[in-house]
Design a protein around this ligand. Structure first.
Ligand SMILES: O=C(O)C1=C[C@@H](OP(=O)(O)O)[C@@H](O)[C@H](O)C1
Ligand SMILES: C=C(OP(=O)(O)O)C(=O)O
Length: 456
Protein backbone atom coordinates (compact mmCIF):
# COMPACT_ATOMS: atom_id res chain seq x y z
CA UNK A 1 0.00 0.00 0.00
CA UNK A 2 1.42 3.33 -1.02
CA UNK A 3 1.65 6.03 1.60
CA UNK A 4 0.51 9.44 0.47
CA UNK A 5 3.18 11.73 -0.85
CA UNK A 6 1.29 14.59 0.74
CA UNK A 7 1.60 13.46 4.30
CA UNK A 8 4.05 14.80 6.80
CA UNK A 9 6.89 12.27 7.14
CA UNK A 10 5.81 11.06 10.58
CA UNK A 11 2.24 10.68 9.48
CA UNK A 12 0.54 7.87 7.59
CA UNK A 13 -2.69 9.31 6.18
CA UNK A 14 -4.32 5.89 6.00
CA UNK A 15 -4.19 5.66 9.79
CA UNK A 16 -2.64 2.68 11.48
CA UNK A 17 -4.70 0.08 9.65
CA UNK A 18 -3.64 -1.35 6.33
CA UNK A 19 -4.45 -4.55 4.63
CA UNK A 20 -2.15 -7.21 3.36
CA UNK A 21 -3.05 -9.51 0.57
CA UNK A 22 -1.66 -13.04 0.52
CA UNK A 23 -0.58 -14.14 -2.97
CA UNK A 24 -3.23 -16.86 -3.03
CA UNK A 25 -6.08 -14.49 -2.22
CA UNK A 26 -7.91 -13.46 0.93
CA UNK A 27 -9.73 -16.28 2.72
CA UNK A 28 -12.94 -14.60 3.88
CA UNK A 29 -13.49 -15.25 7.58
CA UNK A 30 -16.58 -17.24 8.59
CA UNK A 31 -18.78 -15.85 11.36
CA UNK A 32 -18.68 -18.38 14.19
CA UNK A 33 -20.74 -16.41 16.73
CA UNK A 34 -23.32 -13.62 16.68
CA UNK A 35 -21.74 -10.18 16.32
CA UNK A 36 -21.65 -7.46 18.92
CA UNK A 37 -19.54 -4.85 17.16
CA UNK A 38 -19.23 -1.09 17.42
CA UNK A 39 -17.25 0.52 14.59
CA UNK A 40 -16.26 3.96 13.35
CA UNK A 41 -15.65 4.41 9.63
CA UNK A 42 -13.48 6.78 7.55
CA UNK A 43 -14.90 9.69 5.55
CA UNK A 44 -17.27 9.60 2.60
CA UNK A 45 -15.68 9.26 -0.82
CA UNK A 46 -18.43 11.24 -2.49
CA UNK A 47 -18.28 14.10 0.00
CA UNK A 48 -14.46 14.18 0.13
CA UNK A 49 -14.06 14.31 -3.63
CA UNK A 50 -16.70 17.03 -4.03
CA UNK A 51 -15.12 19.12 -1.28
CA UNK A 52 -11.66 18.67 -2.80
CA UNK A 53 -12.89 20.03 -6.14
CA UNK A 54 -14.82 22.90 -4.56
CA UNK A 55 -11.91 23.79 -2.27
CA UNK A 56 -9.62 23.94 -5.33
CA UNK A 57 -12.06 26.30 -7.09
CA UNK A 58 -12.79 28.42 -4.01
CA UNK A 59 -11.88 32.03 -3.34
CA UNK A 60 -9.50 31.23 -0.44
CA UNK A 61 -8.07 28.37 1.64
CA UNK A 62 -10.47 25.65 2.84
CA UNK A 63 -9.98 22.98 5.49
CA UNK A 64 -11.40 19.49 5.17
CA UNK A 65 -11.83 17.76 8.56
CA UNK A 66 -11.65 13.95 8.65
CA UNK A 67 -11.47 13.57 4.86
CA UNK A 68 -11.22 10.13 3.30
CA UNK A 69 -7.67 8.96 2.53
CA UNK A 70 -7.98 6.25 -0.07
CA UNK A 71 -7.04 5.56 -3.67
CA UNK A 72 -9.94 7.61 -5.07
CA UNK A 73 -9.35 10.66 -2.89
CA UNK A 74 -5.60 10.54 -3.47
CA UNK A 75 -6.18 10.42 -7.23
CA UNK A 76 -8.40 13.48 -6.87
CA UNK A 77 -5.69 15.26 -4.87
CA UNK A 78 -3.05 14.26 -7.43
CA UNK A 79 -5.19 15.57 -10.28
CA UNK A 80 -5.98 18.90 -8.66
CA UNK A 81 -2.39 19.26 -7.53
CA UNK A 82 -1.21 18.77 -11.12
CA UNK A 83 -3.42 21.76 -12.02
CA UNK A 84 -1.75 23.90 -9.35
CA UNK A 85 -3.78 23.38 -6.15
CA UNK A 86 -1.86 23.20 -2.86
CA UNK A 87 -2.55 20.45 -0.28
CA UNK A 88 -1.21 20.45 3.27
CA UNK A 89 -2.22 17.65 5.66
CA UNK A 90 -2.39 18.80 9.27
CA UNK A 91 -0.42 16.17 11.27
CA UNK A 92 -1.86 14.98 14.53
CA UNK A 93 -5.45 15.38 13.39
CA UNK A 94 -8.14 12.89 12.38
CA UNK A 95 -8.62 9.26 13.50
CA UNK A 96 -8.33 7.73 10.02
CA UNK A 97 -6.01 10.30 8.47
CA UNK A 98 -5.06 13.93 8.61
CA UNK A 99 -7.29 16.92 8.16
CA UNK A 100 -6.35 18.73 4.98
CA UNK A 101 -5.76 22.37 4.14
CA UNK A 102 -6.42 23.19 0.49
CA UNK A 103 -4.95 26.29 -1.17
CA UNK A 104 -6.48 27.17 -4.54
CA UNK A 105 -4.10 27.98 -7.40
CA UNK A 106 -3.77 31.66 -8.28
CA UNK A 107 -4.25 30.46 -11.82
CA UNK A 108 -5.09 26.85 -12.75
CA UNK A 109 -2.51 25.52 -15.21
CA UNK A 110 -2.82 22.58 -17.61
CA UNK A 111 0.08 21.06 -19.59
CA UNK A 112 -0.28 17.90 -17.54
CA UNK A 113 -1.74 14.38 -17.47
CA UNK A 114 -4.28 13.25 -14.91
CA UNK A 115 -4.51 9.60 -13.87
CA UNK A 116 -8.15 8.85 -13.03
CA UNK A 117 -7.40 5.31 -11.82
CA UNK A 118 -10.86 3.74 -11.73
CA UNK A 119 -12.48 6.69 -9.95
CA UNK A 120 -15.72 7.85 -11.57
CA UNK A 121 -15.58 11.06 -9.54
CA UNK A 122 -12.11 11.92 -10.85
CA UNK A 123 -12.85 11.17 -14.51
CA UNK A 124 -16.25 12.97 -14.43
CA UNK A 125 -15.49 15.91 -12.10
CA UNK A 126 -12.04 17.06 -13.28
CA UNK A 127 -12.48 17.64 -17.04
CA UNK A 128 -14.56 20.78 -16.37
CA UNK A 129 -11.88 21.98 -13.93
CA UNK A 130 -9.23 21.33 -16.59
CA UNK A 131 -11.28 23.43 -19.01
CA UNK A 132 -10.82 26.33 -16.57
CA UNK A 133 -7.04 25.77 -16.57
CA UNK A 134 -4.61 27.27 -19.04
CA UNK A 135 -3.03 24.58 -21.25
CA UNK A 136 -3.82 21.01 -22.29
CA UNK A 137 -4.74 18.30 -19.75
CA UNK A 138 -4.81 14.66 -20.81
CA UNK A 139 -7.08 12.26 -18.89
CA UNK A 140 -6.48 8.51 -18.69
CA UNK A 141 -6.90 5.73 -16.15
CA UNK A 142 -6.90 2.00 -15.43
CA UNK A 143 -7.72 -0.42 -18.22
CA UNK A 144 -11.22 -0.87 -16.74
CA UNK A 145 -11.63 2.92 -16.59
CA UNK A 146 -11.31 3.05 -20.37
CA UNK A 147 -14.60 1.13 -20.56
CA UNK A 148 -16.57 3.62 -18.44
CA UNK A 149 -18.83 6.03 -20.38
CA UNK A 150 -17.47 9.56 -20.85
CA UNK A 151 -19.30 10.74 -24.00
CA UNK A 152 -21.69 12.99 -22.07
CA UNK A 153 -18.76 14.82 -20.44
CA UNK A 154 -16.92 15.26 -23.75
CA UNK A 155 -20.04 16.44 -25.62
CA UNK A 156 -21.11 18.80 -22.83
CA UNK A 157 -17.73 20.52 -22.68
CA UNK A 158 -17.71 20.89 -26.47
CA UNK A 159 -21.21 22.39 -26.31
CA UNK A 160 -19.85 24.88 -23.76
CA UNK A 161 -17.19 25.97 -26.22
CA UNK A 162 -14.27 23.90 -24.88
CA UNK A 163 -11.78 22.39 -27.34
CA UNK A 164 -11.07 18.65 -26.77
CA UNK A 165 -9.16 15.91 -28.58
CA UNK A 166 -10.57 12.41 -28.32
CA UNK A 167 -10.77 9.27 -30.39
CA UNK A 168 -14.58 9.59 -30.77
CA UNK A 169 -15.23 6.41 -28.78
CA UNK A 170 -16.66 8.37 -25.86
CA UNK A 171 -14.18 6.97 -23.33
CA UNK A 172 -10.81 7.79 -21.79
CA UNK A 173 -8.23 8.86 -22.89
CA UNK A 174 -8.86 12.41 -24.14
CA UNK A 175 -7.29 15.85 -23.87
CA UNK A 176 -9.00 19.02 -22.72
CA UNK A 177 -7.43 22.16 -24.22
CA UNK A 178 -8.12 24.66 -21.46
CA UNK A 179 -7.87 28.36 -22.18
CA UNK A 180 -8.28 29.55 -18.60
CA UNK A 181 -11.97 30.34 -19.04
CA UNK A 182 -15.26 28.66 -20.02
CA UNK A 183 -18.11 30.68 -21.41
CA UNK A 184 -20.90 28.43 -20.09
CA UNK A 185 -24.61 28.83 -20.91
CA UNK A 186 -27.43 26.40 -21.72
CA UNK A 187 -26.78 22.79 -22.69
CA UNK A 188 -28.54 19.43 -22.79
CA UNK A 189 -26.95 16.11 -21.84
CA UNK A 190 -28.07 12.51 -21.52
CA UNK A 191 -27.06 11.46 -18.00
CA UNK A 192 -28.88 8.12 -18.01
CA UNK A 193 -25.55 6.25 -17.72
CA UNK A 194 -24.34 8.21 -14.66
CA UNK A 195 -25.42 11.03 -12.37
CA UNK A 196 -21.74 11.99 -12.21
CA UNK A 197 -22.09 13.68 -15.63
CA UNK A 198 -24.45 16.20 -14.02
CA UNK A 199 -22.46 16.58 -10.79
CA UNK A 200 -19.19 17.12 -12.67
CA UNK A 201 -20.62 20.07 -14.61
CA UNK A 202 -22.47 21.63 -11.66
CA UNK A 203 -19.36 21.58 -9.45
CA UNK A 204 -17.37 23.86 -11.79
CA UNK A 205 -20.30 25.86 -13.21
CA UNK A 206 -20.14 28.86 -10.88
CA UNK A 207 -16.71 29.57 -12.41
CA UNK A 208 -18.12 29.62 -15.97
CA UNK A 209 -18.58 33.17 -17.25
CA UNK A 210 -22.33 32.74 -17.80
CA UNK A 211 -22.87 29.97 -15.28
CA UNK A 212 -24.80 26.92 -16.47
CA UNK A 213 -28.36 25.95 -17.40
CA UNK A 214 -28.24 22.16 -17.70
CA UNK A 215 -31.07 19.90 -18.89
CA UNK A 216 -31.00 16.11 -18.75
CA UNK A 217 -32.69 14.62 -21.82
CA UNK A 218 -32.46 10.85 -21.26
CA UNK A 219 -35.32 8.68 -20.03
CA UNK A 220 -33.89 7.78 -16.63
CA UNK A 221 -31.56 9.50 -14.24
CA UNK A 222 -29.82 7.21 -11.76
CA UNK A 223 -28.41 8.04 -8.33
CA UNK A 224 -30.44 11.22 -7.74
CA UNK A 225 -29.26 11.59 -4.11
CA UNK A 226 -25.74 12.12 -5.44
CA UNK A 227 -26.96 15.14 -7.44
CA UNK A 228 -28.68 16.43 -4.29
CA UNK A 229 -25.35 16.04 -2.51
CA UNK A 230 -23.63 18.12 -5.21
CA UNK A 231 -26.24 20.87 -4.86
CA UNK A 232 -25.94 20.90 -1.05
CA UNK A 233 -22.14 21.15 -1.14
CA UNK A 234 -22.39 24.05 -3.63
CA UNK A 235 -24.98 25.92 -1.55
CA UNK A 236 -22.85 25.49 1.57
CA UNK A 237 -20.22 27.51 -0.29
CA UNK A 238 -22.63 30.28 -1.24
CA UNK A 239 -23.25 29.16 -4.83
CA UNK A 240 -26.74 29.84 -6.18
CA UNK A 241 -28.24 26.63 -7.61
CA UNK A 242 -31.85 26.19 -8.72
CA UNK A 243 -33.74 23.23 -10.12
CA UNK A 244 -36.78 24.81 -11.79
CA UNK A 245 -38.08 21.39 -12.87
CA UNK A 246 -36.96 17.76 -12.48
CA UNK A 247 -33.92 17.10 -14.68
CA UNK A 248 -32.92 20.75 -15.01
CA UNK A 249 -30.36 22.69 -12.95
CA UNK A 250 -29.20 26.30 -13.12
CA UNK A 251 -26.00 27.55 -11.50
CA UNK A 252 -25.33 31.30 -11.34
CA UNK A 253 -21.81 32.56 -11.97
CA UNK A 254 -20.08 33.76 -8.82
CA UNK A 255 -17.49 32.95 -6.19
CA UNK A 256 -17.24 29.57 -4.50
CA UNK A 257 -16.61 30.36 -0.86
CA UNK A 258 -13.75 28.83 1.11
CA UNK A 259 -15.05 26.93 4.16
CA UNK A 260 -13.98 24.70 7.02
CA UNK A 261 -15.97 21.51 6.49
CA UNK A 262 -16.26 18.22 8.37
CA UNK A 263 -16.62 15.14 6.17
CA UNK A 264 -19.23 12.59 7.32
CA UNK A 265 -18.29 8.90 7.62
CA UNK A 266 -18.93 6.92 4.43
CA UNK A 267 -22.40 5.42 4.86
CA UNK A 268 -22.15 3.33 1.68
CA UNK A 269 -19.06 1.73 3.19
CA UNK A 270 -21.17 1.05 6.30
CA UNK A 271 -23.22 -1.33 4.15
CA UNK A 272 -21.05 -4.47 4.31
CA UNK A 273 -20.70 -4.15 8.09
CA UNK A 274 -24.42 -3.56 8.70
CA UNK A 275 -25.32 -6.36 6.30
CA UNK A 276 -22.94 -8.62 8.27
CA UNK A 277 -25.28 -8.37 11.28
CA UNK A 278 -28.06 -10.05 9.29
CA UNK A 279 -25.74 -12.77 8.01
CA UNK A 280 -23.83 -13.54 11.21
CA UNK A 281 -26.57 -12.74 13.73
CA UNK A 282 -26.27 -10.30 16.63
CA UNK A 283 -25.79 -6.60 15.98
CA UNK A 284 -23.44 -4.07 14.41
CA UNK A 285 -23.31 -0.41 15.44
CA UNK A 286 -21.77 2.37 13.36
CA UNK A 287 -20.80 5.48 15.27
CA UNK A 288 -20.76 9.03 13.89
CA UNK A 289 -23.96 8.47 11.87
CA UNK A 290 -25.02 11.96 10.75
CA UNK A 291 -28.40 13.25 11.84
CA UNK A 292 -29.07 14.63 8.38
CA UNK A 293 -27.24 13.70 5.23
CA UNK A 294 -27.49 13.53 1.46
CA UNK A 295 -25.51 10.25 1.42
CA UNK A 296 -27.41 7.43 -0.23
CA UNK A 297 -26.12 5.03 2.44
CA UNK A 298 -28.70 6.58 4.78
CA UNK A 299 -31.29 4.57 2.83
CA UNK A 300 -29.95 1.46 4.57
CA UNK A 301 -32.19 2.51 7.47
CA UNK A 302 -35.24 1.69 5.35
CA UNK A 303 -33.67 -0.98 3.15
CA UNK A 304 -32.32 -3.39 5.76
CA UNK A 305 -35.69 -3.84 7.57
CA UNK A 306 -37.07 -5.05 4.23
CA UNK A 307 -34.67 -8.01 4.62
CA UNK A 308 -35.92 -8.56 8.19
CA UNK A 309 -33.44 -6.48 10.22
CA UNK A 310 -34.35 -4.20 13.09
CA UNK A 311 -32.66 -0.79 12.98
CA UNK A 312 -32.19 1.37 16.02
CA UNK A 313 -30.85 4.93 16.29
CA UNK A 314 -29.44 6.41 19.44
CA UNK A 315 -27.99 9.89 18.88
CA UNK A 316 -25.11 9.36 16.42
CA UNK A 317 -25.09 5.55 16.69
CA UNK A 318 -26.92 3.40 14.19
CA UNK A 319 -27.42 -0.24 15.16
CA UNK A 320 -28.64 -3.05 12.94
CA UNK A 321 -29.97 -6.18 14.69
CA UNK A 322 -30.29 -9.52 12.91
CA UNK A 323 -33.77 -10.96 12.28
CA UNK A 324 -35.09 -13.63 14.66
CA UNK A 325 -33.75 -17.06 13.73
CA UNK A 326 -36.37 -19.28 12.08
CA UNK A 327 -37.77 -22.40 13.78
CA UNK A 328 -35.32 -24.58 11.81
CA UNK A 329 -32.36 -22.38 12.81
CA UNK A 330 -32.22 -20.41 9.55
CA UNK A 331 -31.06 -16.80 9.40
CA UNK A 332 -34.55 -15.43 8.75
CA UNK A 333 -33.35 -13.12 5.96
CA UNK A 334 -36.35 -12.23 3.80
CA UNK A 335 -36.46 -12.03 0.02
CA UNK A 336 -37.11 -8.53 -1.35
CA UNK A 337 -38.42 -6.75 -4.41
CA UNK A 338 -36.41 -3.55 -4.58
CA UNK A 339 -35.93 -0.69 -7.03
CA UNK A 340 -32.40 0.55 -6.30
CA UNK A 341 -32.21 3.19 -9.06
CA UNK A 342 -31.38 5.86 -6.46
CA UNK A 343 -28.95 3.67 -4.56
CA UNK A 344 -27.14 1.56 -7.16
CA UNK A 345 -23.95 1.96 -5.15
CA UNK A 346 -25.51 -0.26 -2.45
CA UNK A 347 -26.60 -2.96 -4.89
CA UNK A 348 -23.59 -5.34 -4.78
CA UNK A 349 -23.73 -5.74 -0.99
CA UNK A 350 -27.53 -6.06 -0.97
CA UNK A 351 -27.42 -8.66 -3.74
CA UNK A 352 -24.94 -10.67 -1.66
CA UNK A 353 -27.41 -10.45 1.22
CA UNK A 354 -30.31 -11.49 -1.01
CA UNK A 355 -28.32 -14.57 -2.04
CA UNK A 356 -28.47 -15.71 1.60
CA UNK A 357 -32.22 -15.05 1.99
CA UNK A 358 -34.95 -17.64 2.51
CA UNK A 359 -37.01 -16.51 -0.48
CA UNK A 360 -36.41 -15.13 -3.99
CA UNK A 361 -35.54 -11.46 -4.59
CA UNK A 362 -35.66 -9.11 -7.54
CA UNK A 363 -33.46 -6.05 -7.51
CA UNK A 364 -34.19 -3.65 -10.37
CA UNK A 365 -33.54 -0.10 -11.60
CA UNK A 366 -29.79 -0.72 -11.75
CA UNK A 367 -28.96 -1.21 -15.43
CA UNK A 368 -26.45 1.64 -15.07
CA UNK A 369 -24.26 -0.34 -12.66
CA UNK A 370 -23.07 -2.29 -15.69
CA UNK A 371 -20.93 0.87 -16.17
CA UNK A 372 -19.48 1.02 -12.67
CA UNK A 373 -16.01 -0.33 -11.79
CA UNK A 374 -17.02 -3.48 -13.68
CA UNK A 375 -20.29 -4.73 -15.17
CA UNK A 376 -21.68 -5.36 -11.70
CA UNK A 377 -24.75 -7.28 -12.87
CA UNK A 378 -22.63 -9.73 -14.86
CA UNK A 379 -19.98 -9.94 -12.11
CA UNK A 380 -22.48 -10.62 -9.30
CA UNK A 381 -24.27 -13.28 -11.35
CA UNK A 382 -20.96 -14.93 -12.32
CA UNK A 383 -19.49 -15.02 -8.81
CA UNK A 384 -22.66 -16.14 -7.00
CA UNK A 385 -23.46 -18.75 -9.63
CA UNK A 386 -19.86 -19.95 -9.44
CA UNK A 387 -20.53 -20.89 -5.80
CA UNK A 388 -23.79 -22.68 -6.65
CA UNK A 389 -26.15 -19.67 -6.62
CA UNK A 390 -29.18 -19.19 -8.82
CA UNK A 391 -28.91 -15.64 -10.12
CA UNK A 392 -30.36 -14.44 -13.41
CA UNK A 393 -29.37 -11.23 -15.15
CA UNK A 394 -32.24 -8.95 -16.16
CA UNK A 395 -31.91 -5.87 -18.37
CA UNK A 396 -31.93 -3.57 -15.39
CA UNK A 397 -31.26 -5.81 -12.44
CA UNK A 398 -30.95 -9.31 -11.03
CA UNK A 399 -33.27 -12.10 -9.95
CA UNK A 400 -31.85 -14.06 -7.04
CA UNK A 401 -33.32 -17.39 -5.97
CA UNK A 402 -32.34 -19.26 -2.81
CA UNK A 403 -29.75 -21.93 -3.44
CA UNK A 404 -27.11 -23.52 -1.20
CA UNK A 405 -23.68 -21.96 -1.75
CA UNK A 406 -20.37 -23.75 -1.31
CA UNK A 407 -16.64 -22.99 -1.12
CA UNK A 408 -14.82 -21.48 -4.06
CA UNK A 409 -13.03 -18.49 -5.55
CA UNK A 410 -14.68 -15.06 -5.65
CA UNK A 411 -13.28 -12.65 -8.22
CA UNK A 412 -13.46 -8.98 -7.26
CA UNK A 413 -13.15 -7.78 -10.89
CA UNK A 414 -10.98 -4.90 -9.54
CA UNK A 415 -14.16 -3.62 -7.87
CA UNK A 416 -14.12 -2.69 -4.18
CA UNK A 417 -17.84 -3.40 -3.73
CA UNK A 418 -17.50 -6.82 -5.40
CA UNK A 419 -14.67 -7.55 -2.93
CA UNK A 420 -16.78 -6.60 0.09
CA UNK A 421 -19.68 -8.61 -1.33
CA UNK A 422 -17.39 -11.66 -1.39
CA UNK A 423 -16.58 -11.00 2.27
CA UNK A 424 -20.33 -10.94 3.10
CA UNK A 425 -20.93 -14.28 1.38
CA UNK A 426 -17.84 -15.70 3.09
CA UNK A 427 -19.32 -15.00 6.52
CA UNK A 428 -21.90 -17.70 5.81
CA UNK A 429 -20.05 -19.96 3.38
CA UNK A 430 -16.73 -21.51 4.51
CA UNK A 431 -13.93 -21.43 1.93
CA UNK A 432 -14.73 -18.30 -0.07
CA UNK A 433 -11.45 -16.83 -1.33
CA UNK A 434 -11.50 -13.24 -2.65
CA UNK A 435 -8.82 -12.67 -5.28
CA UNK A 436 -8.29 -8.92 -4.94
CA UNK A 437 -9.28 -7.72 -1.49
CA UNK A 438 -6.78 -4.88 -2.00
CA UNK A 439 -9.29 -3.32 -4.42
CA UNK A 440 -11.11 -2.10 -1.29
CA UNK A 441 -8.36 0.56 -1.02
CA UNK A 442 -10.40 2.48 -3.61
CA UNK A 443 -12.57 3.85 -0.82
CA UNK A 444 -11.70 1.95 2.38
CA UNK A 445 -8.06 0.93 2.78
CA UNK A 446 -8.80 -0.36 6.29
CA UNK A 447 -11.48 -2.83 5.15
CA UNK A 448 -9.89 -6.12 6.25
CA UNK A 449 -8.77 -4.66 9.57
CA UNK A 450 -12.24 -3.39 10.35
CA UNK A 451 -13.83 -6.65 9.17
CA UNK A 452 -11.60 -8.66 11.47
CA UNK A 453 -12.26 -6.25 14.33
CA UNK A 454 -16.01 -6.65 13.73
CA UNK A 455 -15.63 -10.43 14.02
CA UNK A 456 -13.29 -10.41 17.03
O1 LIG B 1 -21.24 11.33 -7.52
C1 LIG B 1 -20.84 10.40 -6.83
O2 LIG B 1 -20.08 10.55 -5.85
C2 LIG B 1 -21.31 9.03 -7.15
C3 LIG B 1 -22.42 8.86 -7.95
C4 LIG B 1 -22.97 7.53 -8.29
O3 LIG B 1 -22.57 7.25 -9.62
P1 LIG B 1 -23.60 6.76 -10.77
O4 LIG B 1 -24.59 7.83 -10.99
O5 LIG B 1 -22.71 6.52 -11.94
O6 LIG B 1 -24.24 5.50 -10.24
C5 LIG B 1 -22.43 6.44 -7.35
O7 LIG B 1 -22.81 5.19 -7.80
C6 LIG B 1 -20.92 6.57 -7.23
O8 LIG B 1 -20.42 5.57 -6.41
C7 LIG B 1 -20.57 7.89 -6.59
C1 LIG C 1 -19.65 3.35 -8.59
C2 LIG C 1 -18.73 3.62 -7.66
O1 LIG C 1 -17.62 4.39 -7.82
P1 LIG C 1 -17.21 5.56 -8.81
O2 LIG C 1 -17.14 6.80 -7.96
O3 LIG C 1 -15.90 5.16 -9.35
O4 LIG C 1 -18.28 5.67 -9.86
C3 LIG C 1 -18.83 3.02 -6.30
O5 LIG C 1 -18.05 3.43 -5.43
O6 LIG C 1 -19.69 2.15 -6.07
Amino acid sequence: MQISRYSAPEFDPYGEARQTEPDDGWRAPVAVAPLDAVLALPGSKSLTNRELVLAALADDRSTLRAPLWSRDSELMIDGLRALGTGFDPLPGTGGFGADLRVTPATELLGSTTIDCGLAGTVMRFLPAVAALALGPTTFDGDEAARRRPMAAVIQALRALGVDLDDDRRGTLPFTVHGTGAVEGGSIEIDASASSQFVSGLLLSAARFERGLDLTHTGERLPSLPHIEMTIETLRARGVEVRSPEPGRWQVSPGPIRAIDVAIEPDLSNAAPFLVAALVAGGSVTITGWPEQTTQVGAQLIELLPRFGARVERDADRLTVHAPERTADGGRGIRGVDLDLSEAGELAPNLVALAALADAPSTISGIGHIRHHETDRLAALAAELNGLGGKVTELDDGLRIEPSPLSAGPWRAHADHRMATSGAIVGLAVPGVVVDDIASTAKTLPQFTELWERMLA
